[in-house]
Design a protein around this ligand. Sequence first.
Ligand code: NDP
Length: 254
Amino acid sequence: MTRTPGETAAPGGTPRAAGEVALVTGGFRGIGRAIAAALARDGAAVAIVDREIDASAERQPSGRLLLKRDVRDFEGAGSAVAEIEERLGPLTIAVLNAGISRDAPSWKLAEEEWREVIDVNLTGAFAYARASARVMRERRRGSIVFISSINGLRGKFGLASYSASKAGLIGLTRTLARELGPRGIRVNAVAPGFIRTDLTGRLERRFLDQALSETALGRLGEPEDVADVVAFLASPRARHITGAVICVDGGQTA
Ligand code: NDP
């Protein structure tokens, strides 16, 4: 397999994900971008699915294929997977990362805001996971990783729709792990704590300070902290792990 610039071999020589084809939703920015880079570094051919693909951006993400799609288009998931398989080969890794947040106490949250967050974070992730599992099942091989959140495990003031969507992903992870395990497909979730991205960059300083004070490690997370764990879960090194939810939060929920 030809490697793209920047991809490196794992210690010992062979790239860890050589020959794998990966899909990352929301991979143009933030955590998804770091995940795409980590998988590419490990040798995978990565397809990025995002609603905005800026082909003129100075720094392009580590994807061999960039697909401009909105994950809310449920039917579009099937055609995106078909296009990835046609252009890159059999899909073996799916990372469902695209997500949004609407911050308002539940009594102020508009119906539209509730539905939008559930549509993107939960239904969009389900659509792409299901379309991916469909092709992986035929070959009895694959790894699916959902990007949940620590706020899907605990409550957080002002994040009703977000927390519900992220808790939903945890239920989905465990159910799909049971359904797909017998077909050789592992399904896991990563639950990040506060990670420095555009999503959190919009927040007031006091929210950063609060998150920082919650951590045991005294630092806020970076996208690469999450990406390394996703790359591990996607790899054969995690061969006996399925149905797991791994917090990457510097001890925020410890
Ligand atoms: P960003 O907003 O930085 O990046 C999210 C990416 O997803 C963007 O490229 C965004 O596109 C894309 N996206 C959003 N909606 C859609 C859609 N409908 N269809 C396709 N692509 C879409 O967020 P983060 O990197 O911070 O977050 C990534 C994931 O990690 C999310 O699921 C988030 O909930 C989760 N997470 C983040 C944490 C954090 O502290 N940052 C903590 C815990 C979990 P666009 O630029 O057009 O919006």
